[in-house]
Design a protein around this ligand. Structure first.
Ligand code: MG
Length: 235
């Protein structure tokens, strides 16, 4: 039996990402990104910034794209335009329950079985507080988690790295025990921090980051959430 297989037997805690890991977020994300862009275009924002927004959004999150456009405006001494960008960015945050979001196939069954097997689950997600809460409620998955953490970097909120450290500290978890796993779709975010903290990393191959590259390899790649149950030998 190799070292990794032993590691899988030890897993007690699993930290999940939400968007494009447990639910399919791409359709609503794209729709709302287009609303923001339309608003910024009609506000007369220079094409240079719109192109920058597109360029970053292609490979990174909406929050990262907005943050970098704001940084560029600051650098170009166009601070007066920042409030326009922040106002437009609000359009990304759906203000009512009138949006489509669905769990990825197998998510419910997987969460149910992980709970039944006594695994301690956490959810860590980046985005607008109200929006992410609304998603969790609409998906009906909040009760599966010991705790969930939401942070919005646009408002200067914590990164996932900080949130992971908060969880480890708050729940007295020690990566040296090799019993913590991180499951997410983004190599440059939750999987990178999980890797740096010495946690077992599992990449869910879904959404726009599935072909992205990083300078490390996650321990496992799955294309269905039910594969996670197989890895953990949970029936
Ligand atoms: Mg994600």
């Amino acid at each position: 039996m190799n070292e990794r297989m032993v590691w899988l037997d030890l897993i007690k805690t699993i930290i999940f990402d939400l968007d494009d890991t447990l639910c399919d977020s791409t359709p609503s994300i794209t729709e709302h990104y287009n609303l923001v862009k339309k608003d910024l275009t009609s506000s007369g924002l220079d094409n240079k910034y719109l192109m920058l927004l597109d360029e970053i959004f292609k490979v990174d999150s909406f929050e990262d794209a907005i943050k970098q456009v704001i940084e560029q405006l600051r650098h170009d001494k166009k601070d007066s335009l920042i409030s326009n960008v922040l106002t437009a960015a609000e359009l990304y945050n759906i203000k009512d329950d009138n949006f489509e979001i669905a769990l990825l196939p197998g998510a419910q069954e997987m969460l149910e079985k992980l709970n039944r097997a006594g695994k301690q689950l956490f959810l860590v997600t980046i985005g607008d507080q109200m929006l992410q809460e609304r998603k969790i409620k609409k998906l009906g998955i909040g009760h599966y988690f010991k705790a969930y953490y939401i942070s919005n970097p646009i408002g200067g909120g914590s990164t996932k790295e900080k949130l992971f450290n908060d969880i480890l500290k708050g729940y007295k978890l020690n990566p040296d025990y090799c019993d913590i796993m991180v499951v997410g779709d983004k190599l440059k975010d939750e999987l990178k921090y999980g890797h740096e903290l010495g946690l077992l990393t599992v990449q869910m191959l879904h959404g726009k980051y599935k072909d992205a590259k990083a300078d490390f390899e996650p321990h496992y790649k799955i294309s269905s959430l039910l594969e996670l149950l197989e890895l953990l030998k949970i029936k």
